[in-house]
Design a protein around this ligand. Structure first.
Ligand SMILES: *Cc1c(COP(=O)(O)O)cnc(C)c1O
Ligand SMILES: [Zn+2]
Length: 420
């Protein structure tokens, strides 16, 4: 595909003013966030189910709806992760039909962040950045580090200093500069805004945020395509800044506007950890004023953003679609991780536990109907957050290397247990 002007401008979400496609992210007049805007008439001439189906199985099969000018140069293999029908999990959660969108196996760093980073870094290269960076709760750092290494870009990743070892090592290994900040994510983010302003580096989720954020739409596009070109009745999404949830909503709206899926009713629900649930608490209270959480306190570090940048818009997406929000305790998170593993064979990180446990509550409370069909967005791999489950899923039984020990300590014991 040669370069066509599908992606036209940046546009303020508040006042609609148009801006050039540069590394800027807030409106000068009202500080509203800037978002990518497209020429949908031009896109309609190029995109169709058939055209998409003829393309490689990556997130770039929806190229017209992503904000870069030329072909992607970073993360060309990312996306098109499995959508798995989870009948056994559906049964224990008490719902007729359940699907898992499994981004634990996203390429290359096992979380949905590879989607946003491939767009942000492809755009960073188009804009001529040599140094790229991010403020991260872990997964974004991993993905910036890996994709920047592959692209030959120098990178800095700034993280709260108390993240899980898997997340820290998962950045260090790529030779990125890892900077641990003694503070919460909000403080990391403020520092990054200052650095971006002062040195002009390409921060994927600060000055490149309008490009970054659009990458999340591909999760929504893939869900529709993999369901046989339809929007699911219910989508359950974990929330940190709230961006993924708003972009899945945008994806569904774009696909129905373009006639790629029919314009059916759907609900989008958001989940958080109780120890940092500013968006969920606001929605449940019936307000759209998101009260910051100064000191997040939860094992779900990937979602621990006390002042969520897109909280307000996430609330509106949930309300507009008739969706709801739920938050879950750390114990419920561990139970959610275990259920997803034991009933669907998928090992997710803490954010996955939030989504499964949150969905369970939403089904129990009737916000998701027992006769309905739902998709759970599972966004990151469990091997990165092992601390959360150590000692909480049993232990290996250690025996001597002979058949007698096996018969006595394993076989006989297990046969007796299964008879009991
Ligand atoms: C970043 C992240 C999310 C969601 O982030 P948003 O800021 O709400 O877009 C969800 N799950 C995991 C594992 C993440 O790393
Ligand atoms: Zn504005």
């Amino acid at each position: 595909m040669e370069s066509k002007p599908f992606f036209s401008n940046l546009k303020c979400r508040e006042c609609g003013r148009l801006y050039p496609k540069q590394a800027i992210h807030v409106c000068e007049f009202d500080f509203g966030p800037l978002e990518a805007a497209y020429d949908y008439e031009e896109i309609a001439k190029s995109i169709s189910r058939k055209a998409i189906e003829s393309r490689p199985h990556t997130m770039w099969r929806y190229r017209e709806l992503l904000p870069i000018d030329n072909e992607p140069t970073v993360g060309a293999q990312v996306g098109f992760t499995p959508l798995v029908k989870a009948d056994r999990l559906a049964k224990v959660l008490g719902i007729r039909e359940l699907w898992i969108k499994n981004d634990t196996v996203n390429y290359p760093t096992l979380s949905f962040k590879d989607r946003v980073v491939s767009v942000a870094l492809s755009r960073a290269k188009e804009l001529g950045f040599q140094i790229v960076a991010c403020a991260s709760t872990g997964n974004l750092a991993n993905s910036v580090a890996a994709n920047a290494a592959a692209a030959g870009l120098k990178s800095y990743v700034l993280i709260p200093s108390d993240l899980e070892q898997g997340k820290v090592l998962g950045s260090l290994i790529y030779g990125t500069q890892v900077i641990g900040i003694n503070g919460a994510y909000d403080q990391v983010n403020r520092l990054c805004s200052e650095i971006a302003g002062k040195y002009g580096w390409g921060f994927v989720n600060v000055n490149l945020r309008p490009y970054y954020a659009e990458g999340s739409k591909t999760m929504g596009f893939e869900i529709c395509e993999q369901l046989g070109w339809r929007i699911p009745q219910h989508t359950v999404v974990p929330m940190a800044s709230g961006s993924l949830l708003t972009k899945i909503h945008k994806a569904y709206k774009e696909f129905s506007q373009l006639g790629i899926v029919s314009d059916t009713k759907f609900k989008i629900h958001g989940t958080q950890a109780t120890g940092c649930a500013p968006i969920s608490h606001a929605l449940k209270k019936g307000t759209d004023i998101v009260k910051p959480v100064p000191k997040p306190d939860t094992i779900v570090k990937s979602l621990a953003i006390g002042t969520p940048a897109d909280g307000y818009y996430a609330i509106h997406s949930m309300r507009q679609t008739g969706g709801s929000a739920e938050d879950v305790t750390d114990d419920e998170v561990v139970e959610g991780i275990r259920m997803l593993a034991e009933y669907a064979g998928i090992f997710a990180e803490t954010a996955g536990g939030v989504t499964v446990a949150g969905a369970k509550k939403l089904i129990q409370s009737g916000h998701i109907g027992a006769d309905d069909s739902a998709v759970l967005c599972i966004t990151g791999h469990g091997l990165k957050t092992q601390e959360a489950i150590v000692g909480k899923c049993g232990e290996a039984r250690i025996i001597a290397p002979n058949i007698r020990e096996f018969e006595e300590k394993v076989y006989a014991a297990d046969m007796a247990a299964s008879k009991a």
